[in-house]
Design a protein. Sequence first.
Length: 405
Amino acid sequence: MSKVVYMDNNATTRVAPEVLATMLPFFSELYGNPSSMHSFGGQVGRMVREAREKIAALLGAGPDELLFTSCGTESDSTAILSALQSFPEKRHIVTTRVEHPAVKNLCENLDKLTGHKHRVTQLPVNSDGTIDLDLYENSLDEETAIVSVMWANNETGVLFPIKEMAEIAKSRGILFHTDAVQAVGKIPINLSQVPIDFLSLSGHKLHAAKGIGVLYVRKGTPFVPFLIGGHQEHGRRGGTENVASIVGLGKACELAARNMNEENGRVKALRDKLEEGLLASIPNALLNGHKTLRLPNTTNISFEYVEGEAILLHLDRYGICASSGSACTSGSLEPSHVMRAMGVPFTAAHGSIRLSLSIYNTEEEVDFVLEKLPPIIAQLREMSPFWQGEHKGKVGGSQCRCSCS
């Protein structure tokens, strides 16, 4: 297969052709500033408003509850820092151990930068990546300023019970933020029925351009701007609007609403075929994350006694794009914090890879991966002393657990 087989859609997505076509005029004839008083800029401002309405429709929100940012990371930081500034007497943040670095690293650095004036509770997850609601509720106290929990995990696709968690926070008078970057466009979301205060999304995760994000701020929620400047976004985020990307995101949200059934039907079926085929054909392969409570496009599988980076390098030779659950830092391989939090065995955590599909993937591509990946794992295991030791019952004194006999 000569073309790229792209199965790394949780990292970024291709810009939809319809989105690109929508964006192009704003790089040429429609170059006016949307804040200008003249009609040339005014027509651009009208198109920004129309895009805002399309995004709001996908989320079940009011257009005036959305403000445009540069990315999901900015949206996350804005929500959390706003809550801490709005309630300076409250110095407690509740989050989870499996959050995206945009939230995880902010909370950890905030704790250090303030001389431990803020407390951060990182809730554990179960072995399938789910969370204990009783443990969550017991973690809240009178000093809790905000809860920040992702709607769907970026590595495993596991979905958290955001509605229930938000209702618990609301009953205690605590602000609730969700990083919904992976969830928006893949599963139905209706913010009119979920009492969250802040939601972050990023355009490049749903076939829009990179460099555009949105922060939903429920009407009436206390808010302190992160970027202070001009009057843009009703004074809530200074800076001239990224018009082309905003209009493109509006189109992408319109397409996402139209393609939601396909995402949860055909794409899910392709994901299941891929996952079941790999688990059936490769011994000592483990599914990471809950079997059903997850995004329809995502599978994360560990292959014992091999390294994820090696798998990716071999897949790349065939034009197959995936991502690893491991990260190489300072020359030493470390499993991802998500795998560690789930308690994935050491022999498997290093060999985890994520395959994430989109509406542009085909059954032919799934068959191609099912053809190429099993022999790659077999080849890598032949070179692994740990795998050979396991076959011979010499790794940690354990007996062979595979199907070699």
